[in-house]
Design a binder for this molecule. Structure first.
Ligand code: 9D3
Length: 236
């Protein structure tokens, strides 16, 4: 999988992909992540990527030309229907479809190239969305300062789903959300920390009992903090 991130803050990403699973996936050439400064495609003297909104109003809007030129250079065309196969152009935006595990899974399945456009300011010229963007994604109902943290979240969620990215550590199928429940609580050494003891059942060696306890705890926790997951209702 090849990711290309378009941003006016390329330094935001300098170390964020150099740890853990993403670092290993890069080294194993499971994933390639390229970060591009959008100013490179801003051809005016001041490399301006934003301007005031037509019709008036607060703040600034991201200009369309740098994004069109970037996409043309990266994908060979600015016509969505002529993109190479297995290619997506994703705009990170508060107006997007909320990111869920199933959405990440769809991107991981059968896609070879994902271009991520990180918005800033009050928004981006709508002609980018109309002509270039195949998917608009939000990472949740809260206000960020820009699309950059959302791009990091999306790259992380997709990369760990790519074949062989997790190595033999664990399988993505065992993850929380795949079975629709939150994780059960975990404990490690010491058995007694300042009088706080590890539950007896986990020390018992009785794996039937341990599985039952973990299932109960996962269900309890999910009821407590994420009732919506049990009802199959999407209510963030
Ligand atoms: C919805 C708020 N907008 C009202 C005029 C202004 C605005 C605020 C913040 C427009 C863009 C942004 C920057 N946020 C993102 O680019 C963004 C985002 C987010 O804020 N929350 C969740 N997911 C995402 S993905 C990109």
């Amino acid at each position: 999988m090849k990711f290309d991130i378009l941003t006016i803050f390329p330094e935001f990403f300098t170390e964020v992909f150099d740890f853990g699973i993403i670092r290993r996936a890069k080294l194993a050439e499971i994933v390639e992540i390229n970060v591009h400064d959008l100013r490179k495609w801003a051809l005016d003297k001041h490399h301006k990527t934003d301007d005031r909104p037509f019709g008036g109003g607060e703040g600034m809007v991201m200009k369309c030309e740098p994004v069109f030129l970037a996409i043309e250079e990266l994908l060979g065309t600015s016509e969505r229907k002529n993109y190479p196969p297995k290619t997506k152009v994703v705009l990170l935006t508060p107006q997007g479809k909320p990111l869920k595990q199933a959405v990440a899974q769809e991107f991981a399945d059968g896609k070879e190239r994902i271009v991520l456009i990180c918005g800033r300011y009050e928004g981006i010229d709508e002609r980018v969305t109309e002509a270039l963007v195949t998917d608009e994604i939000s990472i949740g109902d809260y206000v960020l300062s820009g699309g950059e943290p959302a791009a990091i979240v999306l790259v992380d969620a997709i990369t760990r789903l790519l074949p062989d990215a997790l190595g033999n550590e664990q399988s993505a199928e065992k993850d929380s959300f795949s079975d629709g429940l939150l994780d059960f609580p975990q404990y490690t050494q010491p058995r007694d920390f300042r009088g706080m003891k590890v539950p007896e059942v986990l020390l018992s060696g009785n794996h039937a009992e341990i599985d039952k306890w973990r299932e109960e705890k996962a269900l309890e926790k999910t009821k407590e903090v994420r009732k919506d997951l049990l009802e199959g209702v999407d209510s963030e």
